[in-house]
Write a protein that binds this ligand. Structure first.
Ligand code: AMP
Length: 125
């Protein structure tokens, strides 16, 4: 079901459970503010999710409430994960679905990193 990005944070969402180690994930990277893992249902040859460790529903929530250190650390983590995966030279796409029209499904901010082939048009037509 699509997420209402204005709703309060629900700590029973699947990514909160991954952060607490209650369900498994294929971890790629972790630091003080960010955690990266492989998407369970990849939409491209490389499909990585990067999430903040803080409790933020969406990009809207994160950009409004997170500290400057969290925002800077998270942006650096996304870049580092892509760089260390060798994606800079071939290129990659970032996506952060926010709210119903975007079809956000998990109510914890996540940035998708897509790569590994020419990714086609920016949006489905
Ligand atoms: P979105 O539609 O932007 O909210 O994307 C949610 C993403 O989370 C989808 O690409 C799912 O495949 C992915 N996903 C859901 N559950 C898991 C999980 N347990 N481990 C890894 N990825 C997941």
């Amino acid at each position: 079901m699509a997420v209402d990005a204005t709703q309060p944070y629900d700590d029973q969402n699947v990514f909160a459970k991954i952060l607490r180690g209650e369900i498994p994930s294929k971890k790629i990277y972790e630091d003080d503010v960010a955690f990266a893992f492989h998407d369970i249902n990849p939409q491209a040859p490389t499909h990585i999710l990067v999430i903040p460790k803080g409790a933020y529903v969406s990009w809207d929530d994160f950009s409004a409430r997170a500290s400057d250190a969290e925002i800077a650390g998270f942006a650096r983590a996304v870049g580092r994960v892509a760089r260390e995966a060798g994606l800079v030279e071939p290129g990659y796409r970032l996506l952060a679905n926010t709210g119903p029209d975007s079809h956000q499904e998990v109510a914890h901010l996540h940035v998708h990193i897509f790569a590994g082939k020419p990714l086609g048009p920016m949006l489905a037509r």
